[in-house]
Design a protein around this ligand. Structure first.
Ligand code: NAP
Length: 499
């Protein structure tokens, strides 16, 4: 019997008002049902926003160091349950347990980092132009915030939003991805266990248009923090814009790795393999384009094919598996579609290109590690996010051409360059149009103490994590304290002052 999960509203675990449910299944074996979950709709969302709204005055008055204490405890609980959660991730979304543990560790790191902000959350104190006047800024919570998350980092991404939102004094309505509601429910249960007051964090599970869209529409929600595809992000931004909500969008990527002739090729190959096929290519920062200088193209390509061919694909809980399945049927179809597009466009299929469905792969959404060669920057497989184990090798003749090709997509999340020339490395840091640049490392591997996000169609100018997290989840209050005992007029009285 699959476990029956509930929504978390006002400190209680409750079903959807309609009583309807949906299932979460193991993408490596769809006979394995992880649980049933409330199929929430507007009425459930409204109940959750009511609870968040009611809890806000009490939570905003709770001193920030005490709010941070709760987050610190959640971090400790995540550490205690790390292995269990990593295995749940493997079962629910397919990444291998080692990567699942890394995902949980990001949540632990975020708790540790952001709990410290409970005793910082700096404002500014600046001089006033007038005598006997004090000028400063203070950070205040935004209010009720709506957090909508994808399935590919089912613990980490929710913690990047929930933890800073809590420390800053906001109350929350959280809608996790329909593909990973069990991971989300475990995280919320740990927040409850850590002592979070009722109504401060509320979760509704369900489908985007039914359980996500009403959060965006509700006037009482003052901010949306969304991570997901650029298509849905655009829709959310335009809807949230009508009620002038603060809207933070972290969207897709088409991340490039540049390999120069002076690169340490061993290192570049290791990075390419991890960047392209880690998490089955289903990372927003996955390396989906490898831009290789023609001087090392043949060697690099041949060796990448050899190494990718050896990757062990399978169910992550089986011994020695390095790459798990895709998340669902739709994603499998998308990857197949792009492989066909690549072939039609004239790219050379060098490895893979097929779904795996026989034997151990029956009942799962498995796909071979796939490499295309001879890819031109105009091709759709070089422009559009595929979100699977497909990488495009793009030959170039110079550094200048490499940068031009790297910057030729609508996205701008992550980027990387392999070179042993410090001048080339620093030029690339300046010239790659991306929110993140790695030197001599693949496009994946962000640490939570630096801001995370991208340019162009990857977002709308916001950044998660690092010091940005506090900025995003607070409003700035500018405060003037006049202790002169008389009316002083800024800009007007100032020129009459003698020094
Ligand atoms: P998605 O389809 O855009 O969904 C993201 C979330 O939005 C899910 O919870 C989804 O619910 C919900 N949603 C869908 N339609 C909605 C609507 N009309 N109103 C409100 N919410 C709605 O993305 P995904 O497939 O889960 O994730 C993959 C994408 O995320 C990729 O493009 C990847 O690059 C991006 N991503 C970006 C970052 C980053 O930080 N830049 C990090 C990770 C992933 P359902 O689950 O029910 O569809």
């Amino acid at each position: 019997m699959p476990e029956s999960y509930q929504n978390f509203i006002g400190g209680k675990w409750v079903p959807a008002r309609s009583g309807e449910t949906f299932e979460s299944r193991n993408p490596a074996n769809t006979d394995d049902v992880i649980g049933t979950f409330p199929r929430s709709r507007e009425e459930d969302v409204v109940a959750a926003i009511d609870a968040a709204h009611a809890a806000f005055p009490g939570w905003r008055r709770t001193p920030a160091p005490l709010r941070a204490d709760v987050v610190r405890r959640v971090g400790q609980l995540l550490a205690e349950h790390k292995d269990e959660l990593a295995r749940l991730e493997t079962r629910e979304m397919g990444k291998v347990p080692e990567e699942g543990a890394g995902d949980v560790q990001e949540g632990i790191d975020m708790a540790e980092y952001i709990a410290g902000e409970g005793r910082r959350m700096f404002g500014e104190t600046v001089p006033s132009e007038l005598r006997d006047k004090f000028a400063l800024t203070a950070r205040q919570p935004v209010g009720v915030v709506g957090l909508i998350t994808p399935w590919n980092f089912p613990i980490a991404i929710p913690t990047w939003k929930i933890f800073p939102a809590l420390v800053c004094g906001n109350t929350i309505i959280f809608k996790p991805a329909e593909d990973t509601p069990a991971c989300a429910a475990r995280l919320v249960a740990l927040c409850e266990e850590a002592g979070l007051p009722a109504g401060v964090l509320n979760m509704v599970t369900g489908y985007g248009p039914e359980a996500g869209a009403p959060i965006v529409e509700d006037e009482r929600v003052r901010m949306i923090s969304f991570t997901g595809s650029s298509v849905v992000g655009r829709e959310i931004a335009s809807r949230a814009g009508r009620s002038l909500k603060k809207t933070m969008l972290e969207l897709g990527g088409k991340n490039a790795m540049v390999v120069m002739p002076d690169a340490n090729l061993e290192l570049a190959l290791e990075g390419a393999l991890w960047g392209a096929f880690g998490t089955t290519g289903q990372r927003c920062t996955a390396t989906s384009r490898i831009i290789v200088h023609k001087d090392v193209l043949d060697t690099f390509t041949k060796r990448l094919i050899d190494q990718a061919r050896k990757l062990r694909v399978g169910y992550g809980l089986d011994e020695g598996v390095q790459m798990g399945p895709l998340i669902n049927e739709q994603q499998l179809q998308t990857v197949e579609k792009y492989v066909n597009i690549g072939k039609q466009e004239g790219a050379k299929l060098l490895l893979g290109g097929h779904a795996l469905s026989e034997g151990q792969y029956a009942g799962g959404y498995f796909f071979e590690p796939t490499i295309f060669g001879n890819v031109n920057y105009r091709m759709r497989i070089a422009q559009e996010e595929i979100f699977g184990p497909v990488v495009a090798i793009m030959p170039v003749s110079s550094y200048e051409e490499a940068i031009k090709v790297a910057n030729s997509t609508e996205y701008g999340l992550s980027s990387s360059i392999y070179t042993s020339d410090v001048n080339t490395a620093f030029r690339a840091v300046h010239e790659l149009e991306a929110g993140i640049t790695y030197v001599n490392a693949p496009t994946i591997g962000a640490e939570i103490q630096l801001p995370f996000g991208g340019l162009k169609a990857t977002g709308n100018g916001h950044r998660e994590a690092g010091t940005s997290a506090i900025k995003e989840f607070t409003e700035i209050k500018s405060v003037y304290v006049d202790y002169s005992g008389k009316l002083q007029r800024a800009q007007i009285d100032v020129e009459h002052h003698s020094v």
